[in-house]
Design a protein around this ligand. Sequence first.
Ligand code: C2E
Ligand code: MG
Ligand code: MG
Ligand code: MG
Length: 286
Amino acid sequence: QAKAAGRNTLRFFDPSMQAIVTARAALNADLRLGLQQSQFQLYYQPQVDGEGRPTGAEALLRWQHPQRGMVAPIEFIPAVEESGLIIPLGHWVLETACTQLKAWAAREETANLNLAVNVSPRQFRQPDFVERVLAMLERIGADPRKLKLELTETLLLDNVEQTIEKMAALKARGVGFSLDDFGTGYCSLSYLKHLPICQLKIDRTFVKDILSNPSDAAITKVILTLAQSMGLTAIAEGVETEAQRDFLANQGCVAYQGYLFGRPMPLAEFEQFLMRTTTPPKLVDA
Ligand code: C2E
Ligand code: MG
Ligand code: MG
Ligand code: MG
């Protein structure tokens, strides 16, 4: 019995627990190797305005595993968070994103694009996170105003004051913040008003059934109104159909991301997407 074994004894009563631990250790070893061997890459998912014009992208991590093929973040982000590997991996993501921003800035057609990057709570909580990001931006020569960091409400579970301080330091240099998966977490409205964010990201679980579920429709409406009255933008994620887009537009939404506009794609494909969707500038009559 667990009690008889004493308080300080940890035992696996369930053999499947042992299997999980072993699998996790193997995954961690694989991830470490993957990082060394550059098996990670960024995909880019378009973000568009009310007219469907691309305003930028969200950078989404992919793992090209030699045996397993392309692995989605849901399969490995929890493990990299837990093991701490998220620190080097997260920095690789930021570095790659900033390098991309710098490259886009050099070409007129792409100069205005923003890039949103997901930052995990553990990564953001690193004491030197702010300094590292600022140093990176400077070294690469990327415009901080084009970089948007996506944070989740989980970050606000502890150390709110320190979190706000760090966000404010980055914001002072031009970096923007978007609150990802908004409405699914723990963010109280009283925190929200103190957060130096520029955007709320409406979670796709609300968008999914927006046409059939009156509660979801009401929630998106509230988020859009809230954003507007607080001087923030709101972007709807997971928009898959014209009907969802139209419904959101009627509620006042002017920024979208979802399969309707484009799936996350490799860089070359994203740049082709831009060429297809960006209308060339009109020639002005003399
Ligand atoms: P997220 O930041 O909320 O990213 C949006 C997710 O929704 C992406 O999944 C995207 O592919 C998916 N999505 C976008 N539009 C649609 C749509 O219309 N329909 C459906 N069904 N899905 C859509 P993905 O790429 O699998 O990423 C999952 C999560 O993994 C992300 O959620 C984010 O939390 C995390 N993640 C991805 N890349 C990074 C990263 O570089 N760093 C960190 N810390 N987390 C990341
Ligand atoms: Mg995100
Ligand atoms: Mg999201
Ligand atoms: Mg999400």
